[in-house]
Design a protein around this ligand. Sequence first.
Ligand SMILES: [Zn+2]
Length: 329
Amino acid sequence: MLKMLLLAYLALLLTMLPACLPHILPAAETTPTQTESAERPLPAPAGTRAAQTVLLRLPDGGVCEMDMQEYLIGVVAAEMPAAFEPQALRAQAVAARTYALYCGEAHKHGTAQVCTDPGCCQAYSADSALRTNWGAAYETNLARIRAAVEATDGEYLSYGGAPVFAAFHSSSAGATEDCGAVWNARPYLISVPSPETAEQVPNYQSSVRCWRLDFRDTLLRAHPECDFSGEAEGWIGETERDGSGRVAAVTLGGVRVRGTELRQLFALRSTAFTLSYAGGIFTFNVTGFGHGVGMSQYGANTLAAAGWDYRAILAHYYPGTTLVAARQE
Ligand SMILES: [Zn+2]
């Protein structure tokens, strides 16, 4: 029954998203089933070639030139569980390659292209760390991830002829976030439905509890103009939600505080939360994990388990982009 509901939901998603499919599925615009037998990606414009190396800034500040495939194996291994579906791992490999190429064009780190900080660029695990972390599963896990990277060799997402800002996150609360709610808006990073639920995602629901005075002091440090002179029951004002259902802002002590700032101040796992007060304690009940922009990793895994291939997954989470297959020379 649950599986039928999921399949019905996925079919509904596909009917809602005709505009995002033609870019990689030129012959598959009419029925959902065709999206699972997608054509190969479009060839890149003549002369285009994906970078074979990446300039990686190491935690000690040094810069290392690495083979792109070896770098991507370390990124996918660090960013996504190896046990995820093969098509989800492929989608992650393409997103990671795209992001590295995007950073190279953005000159984000001077002489280096990307760093290993997941809060800045994307995580990366060296082979020695993977051997330690995976133990007896090392060979099996590495083979799964290497297969995903090699199967998508050279492929990246393009918009307007350039690699896109391929943001991704762990899990969403029903829909992804519009990029404009977190960073600068991008036409290919808009809110789209995402099917993962608490059944697929560990710690999908979480909560943060904060004593009344700690709550007050944390906000006053950031916003001294807040007025907390009355009873705590009256401190929470209007909650504004954006199109994805996440918190755009909450009025607290008469001051409008953005959801992204509250996430940071109170270490919330996402901005998909409710805030309540009782018995001297403020409670944030939070759904999902991450900024919510771009591909949801658990959403990608859920779609892959339902039969979507990585091209359809990428087209869903990055609508309007083109999957480019660049030549390797
Ligand atoms: Zn970085």
